[in-house]
Design a protein around this ligand. Sequence first.
Ligand code: BGC
Length: 454
Amino acid sequence: MGMAINNLPQIREECEILQLSEKQLREIMVRLHRDIEKGLGKDTHPSSIVKCWITYIQDLPNGKERGKFLALDLGGTNFRVLIINLRENHFDMQSKIYAIPQHIMTGTGIALFDHIAECLANFMMEHNVYEERLALGFTFSFPLKQVGLTKGILERWTKGFSCSGVVGTDVVQGLKDAIARRGDVQIDICAILNDTTGTLMSCAWKNHNCKIGLIVGTGSNACYVEKAELCENFEGGQSRADMLINTEWGAFGDDGALDFVRTEFDREIDVNSVNPGKQIQEKMISGMYLGELVRLALAKFTRMGLLFGGRGSDLLFQRGSFYTKYVSEIESDKAGDYTSCMEVLEELGLDHATEADMAAVRHVCECVSRRAAHLVSAGIAVLINKMGEPRVTVGIDGSVYRFHPHFHTLMCEKIAKLVQPGLQFDLMLSEDGSGRGAALVAAVACRESQQQFA
Ligand code: BGC
C-alpha cells in the first residue's frame, strides 16, 4: 500500500453544496409560508403547490374514546391491518404486517384494493371478528382531496406507488367496492385519514398541546391545527373553531421554489424516479431517498479519485443499493469508531476502504441527514410561527426520525433558532399514530354521529 493521501478536506469542500445556511433556511421558510397561505386560500388553492387539504377533523380526542375498531395503514414501507380496543387510559392493539408486492404497487387500482380487502378479511378471521360489523379507520398516506371524513379523491401517488385508475377517484369507494366484490365481511368505514393526522391524534390523546403531526419516514409531510375561519376551502360552515390541515409539504419545490439549494444529486434522484418533477422537497428529506443521495455523492467522489483509491464496486454504482438505514447505522458509530461503517462498506463490496475513506463516508452521511433535518426544522418552524401558540407539542413518527441517532437533536437545535422568540415547543415520538390514530379518528367520528342522533 502506498502512502494514504488524505482527501477529506477536498471531500468536505465538495459537500458544502449540501449545507444549508441559516439565511437559506430563512428564505425557504418565507417561501413555504407563502405556499401554505396559497393552499389555504380559495382563489389560490387550485394553482397552489402545497395543497393544505382540509381533513374534516375538527375535534381532537378527549381521552374518553372507547370501543373496538379496525384500522388499515397503507402508505409506508408496509401495509398493516390492526384491531384496537380503546379503554380508559389505555388501549390494546394487535396488528399484522402484509407485504405489498412490487407488481401490486405499480399494477391496477382494482388489484390493490382486492389485495387490501383480502388481507383485511384474513385478519378478521384470525382475530375472530369475521362475523362482526366493526368501525374502521383507514390511514391512507397519500395526497387526498377530502370531500368529507369518509370521502377522499386521490390527487397523486407518491413513494413509488403508481396503481392505475385511482388518481381522481374516491379511495374509500375503491375499498368498499373491493369488500363488496368479496361479499364476506361487513365493515363500516368511519374515516379516512393521513398518517400525519393519525400521528397528531395519537399524540393528542394524552398530550393536549399536540397541534402538529409530522412524518419523516418513507415520505415526509406535516399537518397542523388551523383556525377554521382561515380554511377558505372548507364549505361546511364554521361551527367549530379549528380544522386539521394536511399540508402535503412533500410537494414543496415542485415549481422550482427549492432550485436555489438543490444539487446535482437531487436532480439525478428526481430524473430517475417514478414521479419526476413531483415531491421535490420530499426527495430531499425522506427515507425513500436519503440513502440514494449518499450513494450518488460517494459514486461521484470515487469517480473523481477522491474515495476508495478511485476503485468502486458494482453495488456502489448500482441505483438503490445504499439503504437509508445504512445512514443511521454509520452515524451511530462513536466518534473515531467505524465498526458499522466498515460493515456497510463490506456489504457493498468496498472492503478496500481505508480509515480516511470511512471518515469521508461518514461525513457524506452527516451532510445528507443534517440537510434533511434542517429542511424539516424550517417547515416545523413555519407552522409554529404561524400558529403563534406559546407552547406546541409536535407528534412525530417515521423511520428516519425514529432510527436516525441524531435527527431529534438536530431538529431541536435548529427549530429553536428559527422560531419566534418566546414560542416554546416539544418534539415527541408518537407511538404508532397510523394505527391508534386511525382508531381515534374513527372513535371521534362515531362519538359525533352518536351525539348527532342522540
Ligand atoms: C404523502 C403524504 C404522507 C407522507 C408520509 C407523502 O409521500 O404524500 O400523504 O403523509 O408521504 O407518509
